[in-house]
Design a binder for this molecule. Structure first.
Ligand code: B1M
Length: 215
């Protein structure tokens, strides 16, 4: 049997090559061998995506390669989802989540959803390229306590301010906590646009959301 470390390395390598089928098979094998979902996520999938991100930045790989790596990442995380999320728990609160208008990145957002669901929150995932009004209308209709916004581009993070403004215009600003995150987002940016909370990763986003809903 392959050593755990070797298996994780192999998943990481297949992810970088965008070999979704191999990634899915080996993630399943890793689960079957008792490696924890968190370790598989962090030490194989996120590690591989991080390497691809660096190469993308240095023009060593291009959009198609990143896209197929992202698809492989999503196939891997789909297998881990039931292990990261605990089911059968009464929802502790409701979150409307999405990637802001003009932005198609969804891997981080999907992780945030998974971690939030794992903590017993109900998540209404609006997907990617979501207009500000859609976040606000859904939060209003669904009586959500939280709107969660993800952005990966410096050009789209400004859309987060439009969501805050739309919430004010719809008269729900005082009833909803607006959380922001994504690689270019910072705590200072969060404060500057009048959002409520910035968290740097999916786990802390889920923890914060839980705190808000159970306060
Ligand atoms: Co794009 N891309 N991309 N891309 N891409 C980045 C973001 C970039 C940094 C790469 C680079 O140049 N180094 C760069 C942005 C530069 C900038 O704005 N400063 C970039 C660019 C330029 C682009 C295009 C413009 C490229 C082009 O077309 N020329 C284009 C834009 C398309 C668009 O959105 N309109 C584009 C396209 C793509 C793909 C489609 C090919 C693909 C996305 C596929 C998909 O998501 N389904 C892609 C990818 C995969 C990346 C990189 C390589 C990886 C992003 C990722 O998924 N990371 C990225 C480089 C990088 O980040 N190193 C890059 C893994 C993910 C788990 O991390 O999303 O940060 P992340 O989520 C983290 C935290 O940020 C946090 O939790 C997660 C971890 O726990 N988090 C939250 C996220 N959302 C949160 C919300 C919260 C709280 C925490 O509260 C609600």
């Amino acid at each position: 049997m392959m050593e755990h470390r070797e298996l994780l390395e192999e998943i990481c390598t297949f992810l970088q090559k965008g070999r979704a089928k191999n990634v899915a098979e080996l993630v399943q094998q890793a689960v079957d061998e008792g490696i924890s979902a968190e370790v598989i996520l962090n030490d194989a999938l996120l590690k591989g995506m991080g390497i691809i991100g660096e190469k993308f930045k240095n023009n060593e790989v291009y959009v198609p390669e990143v896209l197929i790596a992202a698809r492989a990442m999503n196939q891997g995380t789909a297998i881990l989802k039931p292990l990261l999320a605990s089911d059968g728990v009464q929802a502790v609160g409701k979150v409307v989540l999405g990637t802001v208008r003009g932005d198609l990145h969804d891997i981080g957002k999907n992780l945030v959803r998974m971690m939030m669901e794992g903590k017993g929150l109900e998540v209404i995932d609006l997907g990617v390229d979501v207009p500000p009004e859609k976040f606000v209308e859904t939060a209003k209709e669904e009586h959500a306590q939280i709107i969660g916004l993800s952005a990966l581009l410096t050009t789209t993070m400004v859309e987060m301010k439009n969501v805050v403004d739309a919430a004010v215009a719809a008269g729900i600003r005082d009833n909803v906590t607006i959380m922001v995150g994504g690689a270019p987002v910072t705590d200072a940016f969060c404060k500057s646009i009048g959002a409520d909370a910035y968290t740097s990763d999916a786990t802390s986003a889920a923890e914060y959301a839980c705190k808000v809903c159970t306060a």
